[in-house]
Ligand binder design. Structure first.
Ligand code: NAP
Ligand code: GCO
Length: 259
């Protein structure tokens, strides 16, 4: 038996019109899963559907904001009617705001917490009943280096991703007895639109990340696909409450001595 085979599985990846979510969903499709994704407006969903189709992937796309419980509950019910009960969910949708804390408004802080932490709560709460009925489920929360580390200007994001690590452990604790595994996937610094502003060649932060990463490079979304398949597959049926960091060694490394 191929422990990494997702054939027959229904996978929802939130915010997967592009970026990390798109790569993970595409990898799941290539491993045999039926792919579903959501985004906050129809234009983005259409953009995602076209991209998946161009890659030869049949995907289902829905308009739903992960912070809106009514929209998410309606989407999950529609998915169960149109596609089937969700086996795998990846809480990928997320934003970041890079603002010095004392300059960040409470509204800006709340918006990041709402999308990056409340969103995964809302989506997980919506899909767990179906997983319990089905007798199995996989929940994968996209965490971050900021689940473990802080840095200037990302207070809201670090608080959200730190909370997401603990939400992961709590879902694992509360629903493990129903054969539901909930784990985190913690990317390092990855080439996506979210990091484009700090990845400009010659930008001090770009040089810093290269020096802080033993692999001496930014990660690519493809680097995350294998680990994501592992956490979604039977190969990880006894892995629960774990955060798998895919960071090229950042968390293990003090950083390269400046020349
Ligand atoms: P991205 O390129 O900015 O993509 C984020 C996706 O989430 C977009 O499709 C976005 O759609 C969607 N989204 C945002 N708010 C949403 C909402 N309220 N409801 C539904 N969808 C929403 O980001 P990324 O780099 O791929 O990151 C994906 C995840 O990985 C995030 O959770 C991020 O925190 C995490 N992460 C990223 C890195 C990295 O280095 N890139 C590292 C560690 C963790 P819109 O276009 O509509 O905003
Ligand atoms: C930042 C980056 C990071 C990455 C990622 C690292 O400004 O520090 O955006 O937060 O997005 O979360 O794992």
């Amino acid at each position: 038996m191929n422990q990494f085979d997702l054939t027959g599985k229904i996978a929802l990846v939130t915010g997967a019109s592009y970026g990390i979510g798109y790569a993970i969903a595409s990898g799941y499709a290539n491993a045999g899963a039926t792919i579903i994704f959501n985004d906050i407006n129809q234009d983005l969903v259409n953009k995602g559907l076209a991209a998946y189709a161009a890659d030869g992937i049949k995907a289902y796309g829905y308009v739903a904001d992960v912070t809106n419980e009514d929209q998410i509950n309606a989407m999950v019910a529609q998915i169960e009617n149109e596609v089937g009960v969700i086996d795998i969910v990846v809480n990928n949708a997320g934003i970041i705001k890079r603002i010095p804390m004392v300059e960040m408004t409470a509204a800006e802080f709340r918006q990041v917490i709402d999308i990056d932490l409340n969103g995964p709560f809302i989506v997980s709460k919506a899909v767990i009943p179906g997983m319990i009925k089905k007798g199995a489920g996989k929940i994968i929360n996209i965490c971050s280096m900021m689940s473990e580390l802080g840095r200037e200007t990302v207070s809201a994001y670090a608080a959200a991703k730190g909370g997401l690590k603990m939400l992961t452990k709590n879902i694992a604790s509360e629903y493990g007895e129903y054969n539901i595994q909930c784990n985190g996937l913690g990317p390092g610094y990855i080439e996506t639109p979210q990091t484009a502003p700090i990845r400009v060649a010659g930008h001090p932060f770009n040089d810093f990340i290269i020096a802080k990463t033993p692999a001496a490079r930014w990660g690519k979304t493809e680097d995350l696909v294998g680990p994501a398949i592992f956490l979604a597959s039977p190969a990880s049926d006894f892995v629960n409450g774990h955060v798998l960091y895919v960071d090229g060694g950042i968390l293990a490394y003090i950083g390269k001595q400046p020349k």
